[in-house]
Design a protein around this ligand. Sequence first.
Ligand code: ADP
Ligand code: MG
Length: 270
Amino acid sequence: MLSATDTKPQRENQDSAPNPAQVVISLDHIHKTYHMGDVEVHALRGISLTIHEGEFVAIMGASGSGKSTLMNIVGCLDRPTRGTYLLNGHDVSQLSKDERADIRNHRIGFVFQGFNLLSRTSALENVELPMLYAGLETQERHRRAKEALAAVGLVGREHNHPNQLSGGQQQRVAIARALVNRPALILADEPTGNLDSRTSVEIMEIFQRLNREQGITLILVTHEPDIAQYAKRVIVFKDGKISRDYQITEQRSAAEELKLLPALTDDDDD
Ligand code: ADP
Ligand code: MG
C-alpha cells in the first residue's frame, strides 16, 4: 500500500494546513478548431470550467462532443485555439512543446482506454518509465514503482509483461505508472472502456481510494452512466459545449459493491 504521507501530491503552497480547496484547473472560454484541408471542425466552442483540488469529475457526452479534445488540452498534450487555461494558477495555454512535456511529466498522470503500456517491458519497467524521464535514481525508481504496483494490488506481478496480464491488470499497471511521479491530477479517458463490468468496478475502487485517501484530483471520461456515478461531479458535453454540470448526491461506493460481487482469484481476473 502507498501510505498517505508518502504519496501526497506536492503542492506549491505549503502554508495554512486545512486550506479551502485550491483551484487546480481554470478554463476560460476555451475553443479548439481543427483544420482538415478546407474544413474547420469546431471541437470546443467556449468551455469555461473550474475544478478544485480533491474533486472527482466524470465527463460524459456523445461521441464527437469534444471530451477527448478537452482532455488533451487539460493534459497539456495540445493547446487551445483560443481561451485561457490556468493549471495551479499558471497560464499553460501558450507554452512550448517542451514546457508542456515538463508539466505533463511532473504534474499529470494519464490513464487511457487501451492501457498504452510498452509491450516488451515488464510491469515494473513500465511504471518506472516516467521516473526515468524525471531523472530519479535507480533505487528510488524501483522503490516507488514497487510501492505503486502494490497500491493497485499487483504484488507478485512486477516482472510480468503486458501480454501475461489480464486487461484489468494492465489497466492497474497504467494507473501505477500514472501515480509514480505523484501528480496532483490524474486524467483518465474511458479507462474502463475495454473492461468487463466487475473489472470496471475494481478499477473505479482504485480511483475512489486515490481520490479519498490521497486527495488526488481525478477527471475521467466515460460514456457509461453507471461509471459516472462513482465520481462526485458530472459534466456533460454537447457539440463542444457544456450542457450540464452537477454534483452527485449519492456517490456509488465501488469498495462496497465489490464486497457483494462474487470473488475471483487474481488469475481469472480478465
Ligand atoms: P469525443 O472524445 O467526445 O468523442 P473528440 O474530442 O475526439 O470527441 O472530437 C470532437 C470533434 O473534433 C469531432 O468532430 C472529431 O471528429 C474532431 N476531431 C478530434 N480530433 C481531431 C483531429 N486531430 N483533427 C481533426 N478533427 C478532430
Ligand atoms: Mg474521445
